[in-house]
Design a protein around this ligand. Structure first.
Ligand SMILES: *Cc1c(COP(=O)(O)O)cnc(C)c1O
Length: 363
């Protein structure tokens, strides 16, 4: 779904900033180069003088930011001679793993929580030909099993505990600095396993330290803010959650793997974690689609929902520049989207009068 034709994937584009060699053959689908969209209508609706952007990661090849990390993780796995990869997933990691494995000609095993993955993600994963193993448990159970089995079978783990995932994902921060001509004041993210907030912080920090010797480049670091769904909010509670629940299935995680690194990002940047209720997540998902023409999945809307709350309260002050990452495409989860659209399609006879009436009634 990538829209930037000059962009040939994050490994090619950012080779000098990634742990890659000249000889390496990227397993790529042209990921990265996603749009940074300045919101026009929502700042006006909330009556605040802010510069609010969304980084639309739903336009990556499999529809989520996971592609940035997966291109590097699979490239490295192939380079190291691996013939199979494995992951636990709430959906998007499995879709990305399956696609890049197909591209590389290797096998992907994915463990997903039975009945708790969005329909589009399941469709993708099956189409790309992964071996799908549904478990009667949640993501955290899957993650535990993947770690256990990977020690005993010749498979490479491609969850974000694989350091190449974080390396690939940090490129989103590079792009934002390039697109804005500097870092924003605040960067807001939905947090599940906490790999992505870790990756963004790494990316911003690397770019800022590099620019110190180059006065022409002015890059500092943003304040990092992580938002969790209220029923799955270990960073807000300050401890693990054994039975996470939320409509935002991509962040239905109670035992985040990048626990320490995410706290470090929060502390070093002077940021914070907060939670957002499910109904608020869904309200903002619809608000964004209706007012800006940008359709993201529920987990992604947690970043904007949280940001709007903190803008409203003044915790994020006026005149700030703010980037919210929209982690995944709205098409991933059609069931949840259709359920919250109260206006259903009108059905008419195929006649001019009927269509005229249908239009005039609604003008
Ligand atoms: C994976 C994912 C997240 C959470 O990212 P973490 O790195 O696990 O914190 C959020 N939103 C979507 C759509 C995702 O796929």
């Amino acid at each position: 779904m990538s829209t930037n034709n000059s962009f040939s994937g994050i490994i090619d584009h950012y080779a000098s900033r990634l742990p890659v060699s000249e000889a390496m053959k990227p397993v790529s689908l042209g990921e990265g180069g996603t749009p940074l969209i300045k919101l026009r209508n929502i700042p006006r609706l909330v009556g605040k003088d802010i510069e609010l952007y969304v980084k639309y990661e739903g336009l990556n090849p499999t529809g989520s930011f996971k592609d940035r990390g997966m291109t590097l993780a699979v490239t490295k796995a192939v380079e190291e001679g691996s013939e199979a990869i494995i992951c636990a997933s709430t959906g998007n990691t499995s879709a990305a793993a399956a696609a890049y494995a197909a591209r590389a000609g290797i096998t992907a095993f994915v463990l997903i929580p039975e009945g708790k993955i969005a329909l589009g993600k399941l469709a993708q994963t099956l189409m790309y030909g992964a071996v799908v193993i549904q478990i009667r448990g949640n993501f955290d159970d899957g993650m535990r099993l993947v770690k256990e089995v990977a020690g005993k079978a010749p498979v490479t783990i491609v969850n974000s505990i694989n350091p190449y995932r974080i390396e690939g994902q940090k490129t989103a921060a590079f792009e934002i600095v390039d697109q804005l001509g500097g870092a924003p004041d605040f960067h807001c993210l939905p947090v599940g396993n906490a790999g992505n907030i870790t990756a963004y912080w790494k990316g911003y920090s690397e770019y800022a330290s590099e620019s110190q010797g180059h006065p022409s480049v002015t890059s500092s670091c943003p304040i990092m803010v992580g938002y969790q769904a209220a029923g799955s909010a270990p960073f807000v509670i300050g401890g693990m959650v054994d039975h996470p629940e939320t409509v935002a299935t991509a962040i239905r995680i109670g035992h985040p793997q990048s626990w320490d690194l995410a706290w470090l990002a929060q502390k070093e940047s002077g940021g914070w974690f907060d939670k957002v209720e499910d109904d608020e997540i869904l309200r903002v998902q619809k608000m964004l689609a209706e007012n800006e023409g940008v359709f993201c999945e529920p987990a992604s809307a947690a970043s904007l929902a949280g940001a709007l709350h903190d803008i409203e309260s003044g915790k994020i002050p006026e005149e700030s520049s703010i980037v919210c990452t929209l982690t995944g495409n709205g098409l991933k989860d059609p069931d949840t989207a259709i359920k919250q659209c109260h206006i259903q399609p009108v059905t008419i006879e195929p006649e001019l009068d009927a269509v005229k009436r249908a239009i005039l009634d609604r003008l």
